[in-house]
Ligand binder design. Structure first.
Ligand code: FAD
Ligand code: DLZ
Ligand code: SF4
Length: 508
């Protein structure tokens, strides 16, 4: 009897476990565009277009290879609009009762498959370097789950940039060399862009009609939507962008959206690229002498270190992890996260490019929108839903640990040993946002004071009990305590007034 092989929109790889377990001559591949997946958060239209275009092309490829593919388009009249609903419908159509699926990257969907009245076998998603059990073994008995030590194990396991059992260059981590501020000029033209073909055009029409009211610009749509294109985009980055990736990884520019970033997370996360192929390409460029060691190591660390580590944390911590709120932050997400007006140029520019590209790089996410959300005490659940919606690479297994854990400290310190907070000075050092801002980054209180400067101290003050004994934060508290009392009172009352105006919907 035939079985159904479920392939989700972020499992578009020939190497995905369910497909490897299937039998081309007997089984039916089920792929379904469904409203449920398009609307659990209001995804950016470019993200929906990416997923649906890549799904259609992958289905066509499987079909050409001889698989029977039952593909549901969003507009099909008999589409039940949920993954479980489509499995049940296809089971009746093909007289099948067994489903083979690769474990989804989100608890919501895992629960839906477990509750489905068919016989569903969930296979581990082995497109990653570390399995769940490997991560659990690594984590067991450790007081602190710091990425650096996990990363070293992944270097040993993969042999990437290793010389015997020693790291290349005798150093595991070149992060110290990766903190240059924004360059005057960027000599990389950014990610490779692709003209939509017939398949993509049809999806763009559909997304415009069905999701055109979501935040973000659908056009111009330029993402890669199949494996061949994604590989070309990777090669383009390795040849032209990688060499300076390390140096300028943390830099931000108002009028350059990509700097030396790869813009491949979106392809990795839906299966168009594999982590090891990406890292091998980067390692080769270093071996060939085309890129310096800090660039190659810095990049590989992101992929086999951070990416694997956050996935490990997501599955280790369990289904309630994405809704944690250790700092009890309750403030509502202000309208300017959805494109409303704000006088803070850093936020306004980061949100503007997010709307245009469904993309912002790591430091924009962490030190601009994330930093502000943490300082202002925004509700982490709302913030997390925002990140899940607006970035093309956002899937809960990777989004939640980065937002709830790394950025908002809402997991109470599982990921970060101290909160990533900064005043305006950091943003000014690493970007050109402050030039031309309504606020003045050098002004600490009074007329024109940068809100980050006020909120930074407000945050430390209101969480004194939790953080003042943190060895890495002692200096911050000593500086605060050295300020005279009047000054501290002014800072706190101006910060309060700012938050009140923001929450009342005033232009801030
Ligand atoms: P590059 O900067 O060129 O880095 C190369 C690759 O390294 C990325 O493609 C990605 O696969 C990997 N990587 C780097 N940092 C991380 C990280 N912290 N976690 C996981 N992978 C990493 N990444 C996502 O893939 N999805 C998300 O939803 C997501 N949300 C984030 C939210 C916040 C608040 C923060 C601080 C980071 C988030 N990240 C997320 C991590 C990182 O910002 C993106 O992976 C990166 O910006 C993607 O762009 P890029 O391909 O140009 O990456
Ligand atoms: C993100 C997304 C969207 C927008 N639409 C679909 C879809 O119609 N069908 C589908 O199979 N997958 C889609 N996805 C990806 C899923 O939401 C993703 O598989 C889960 O969030 C688990 O990571
Ligand atoms: Fe952002 Fe403050 Fe700089 Fe304005 S002055 S861009 S609000 S950090």
């Amino acid at each position: 009897m035939s079985k159904l092989i479920l392939i989700l929109g972020d499992q578009l790889s020939e190497d995905v476990a369910a497909l490897k377990a299937g039998d081309k001559d007997r089984d039916v591949v089920v792929m379904a565009e469904v409203a449920d997946e398009g609307s659990y958060v209001p995804h950016h239209p470019k993200k929906i277009a990416l997923v649906l275009s890549a799904m259609r092309k992958f289905a066509a490829r499987l079909d050409a290879e001889g698989w029977t593919v039952a593909y549901s388009e969003l507009d099909d009249t008999d589409n039940t609009q949920s993954i479980a609903g489509e499995l049940i419908r296809r089971a009746a159509q093909y007289s099948a009762s067994d489903v083979i699926a690769t474990r989804p990257g989100e608890y919501r969907l895992i629960a839906a498959l477990e509750d489905c009245p068919l016989m569903v076998t969930l296979l581990e998603d082995d497109r990653f370097i570390a399995s769940h059990s490997e991560f659990e073994t690594w984590a067991k008995g450790r007081k602190a789950l710091r990425m650096e030590y996990f990363y070293r194990d992944m270097r040993r396991k993969t042999g990437l940039m290793m010389e015997g059992d020693k790291p290349a260059g005798d150093k595991w981590n070149y992060d110290h060399d990766n903190r240059k501020p924004a360059p005057g000029e960027v000599d990389f033209s950014g990610p490779m862009r692709f003209t939509p073909d017939e398949t993509v055009e049809a999806v763009l029409d559909l997304v415009e009609r069905r999701f055109g009211n979501h935040f973000g610009d659908l056009h111009p749509f330029w993402f890669a939507t199949d494996q061949g294109q994604a590989r070309r985009a990777l090669a383009h980055f390795v040849s032209h962008g990688l060499a300076k990736f390390g140096d300028y990884q943390d830099a931000m520019l108002a009028d350059n959206r990509f700097l030396y970033h790869a813009v491949i997370g979106l392809y990795l996360n839906i299966g168009l690229l594999e982590p090891l192929e990406v890292c091998r390409a980067v390692e080769q460029a270093w071996k060939d002498g085309d890129v310096p060691i800090n660039a190659a190591e810095g990049f590989i660390r992101q992929v086999i270190g951070w990416r694997e580590y956050v996935r490990g944390i997501y599955f280790l911590e369990g289904p309630e992890y994405p809704r944690r709120n250790a700092l009890n932050h309750q403030r509502k997400l202000p309208e300017f996260y959805w494109g409303g007006e704000t006088r803070m140029r850093c936020i306004s520019k980061a949100v503007e490019q997010t709307g245009a590209e469904a993309y912002a790089h790591h430091i924009q996410r962490l030190m601009v929108t994330g930093n502000f959300a943490l300082l202002a005490g925004l509700d982490p659940g709302e913030v997390s839903d925002w990140y899940l919606a607006v970035y093309a690479d956002a899937f809960e297994w990777v989004e939640a640990p980065n937002v709830v854990g790394m950025s908002l400290f809402a997991d109470g310190g599982v990921i970060a040993s101290k909160p990533y907070v900064s005043s305006g000075a950091y943003i000014n050092r690493m970007s050109d946002y402050c030039k031309g801002c309504h606020y003045k980054v050098s002004v600490k209180t009074g007329e024109g004071a940068c809100p980050f400067n006020l909120l930074y101290w407000h945050f430390l003050d209101r969480h004194r009990d939790r953080f003042s004994k943190n060895a890495r934060m002692g200096n911050m508290y000593r500086t605060w305590d050295r300020m005279d009392e009047d000054r501290r009172t002014t800072v706190l009352s101006e910060a309060e007034a700012f938050l009140e105006r923001m929450s009342a919907g005033d232009l801030v």
